[in-house]
Design a protein around this ligand. Structure first.
Ligand code: PAF
Length: 275
């Protein structure tokens, strides 16, 4: 595996690659969720590129940029064992210049739900993803469905900017107790982690109601609130949208996403169910 820190070195190695390329952009602190993306990229492509870059422009003032988990050595080992060919670990000055052209997230889809709680987050996320997709010139790029709004916005960017890469959505990976894997789970104390399980439980409950024929969003949301409220410290939202992030009043099977964002202690967690 080749590890590049500079853009020039990365570009040189990338240019030598022939055949299909699968790309997995990450912010590091790699876990099973990332590994599932890397494995899928490995299966479907001749070469696999991974980037590890904690992108400052997608963190808001007061968010956890400084304390975001960084585990470069472990990430490097994980990538090597997973059969990654090229690992890009740039510094911020390799990626950003001063006073540069910015990408703005769409005014509606980029500013509801996650975008409303974290205004500007998706601008920075799209900006770095555009850069990384251009750098890697991958045939396929792999993104987790846990960050559903991120995924849908990236799909829109690729469509709107006529980019040739195929965006491959990958299923959420959970711990055996149901907690969706996230690099931020390390912030949870044991007691908080136990309470955080109410998030996946509420989604499971919604799934069961839908299987039982309940499609009315208001009733599903009420039941989810009943599961969540006793355990989470702040329920930010429960939302039901279609696959293009338009709000729904009734579940449309095969076309709906149920989303939750909640704080447990000071940790903000998101999770969702595609139904
Ligand atoms: O999902 C993430 O880890 C990040 O938002 C991404 C896509 C790597 C961009 O920084």
């Amino acid at each position: 595996m080749i590890v590049s820190r500079s853009y020039e070195e990365f570009a040189e190695h990338r240019d030598r690659m022939e055949g299909s390329i699968g790309f997995v952009p990450t912010m590091g602190a790699l876990h099973e969720g990332h590994l599932s993306l890397i494995r899928r990229a490995r299966e479907e492509n001749e070469h696999v590129i991974v980037s590890v870059f904690v992108n400052p422009t997608q963190f808001l003032e007061g968010e956890d940029l400084e304390k975001y988990p960084r585990r470069e050595e472990a990430d490097r080992k994980i990538c090597e064992l997973a059969g990654v060919d090229l690992l890009y670990m740039p510094t911020a000055d390799q990626i950003y210049d001063e006073d540069e052209l910015c990408i703005a997230a769409p005014k509606v889809r980029g500013y509801i739900l996650e975008g409303a709680r974290r205004p500007g987050h998706f601008d920075g996320m799209l900006q770095v993803v555009m850069k990384l997709l251009n750098l890697s010139r991958a045939d396929r790029a792999y993104f987790g469905m846990k960050d559903a709004q991120q995924l849908v916005l990236i799909q829109r960017m690729v469509r709107h900017y006529f980019m040739k890469v195929e965006i491959v959505p990958c299923p959420i990976v959970r711990d055996p107790d149901g907690l969706a894997l996230s690099s931020r789970n390390v912030y949870l104390s044991e007691e908080e982690r136990r309470r955080a399980l109410s998030i996946s439980r509420s989604l499971k409950r919604a799934g069961k109601m839908i299987q039982g024929g309940e499609y009315e969003v208001s009733r599903i949301v009420e039941a989810m609130e009943g599961t969540l409220r006793p355990d989470v410290d702040e329920l930010e939202y429960i939302a039901v949208v279609d696959r293009d992030f338009r709000p729904l009043e009734r579940i449309v099977p095969g076309e709906s996403i149920i989303l939750v964002a909640a704080k447990v202690g000071s940790t903000r967690l998101i999770d969702n169910l595609w139904v």
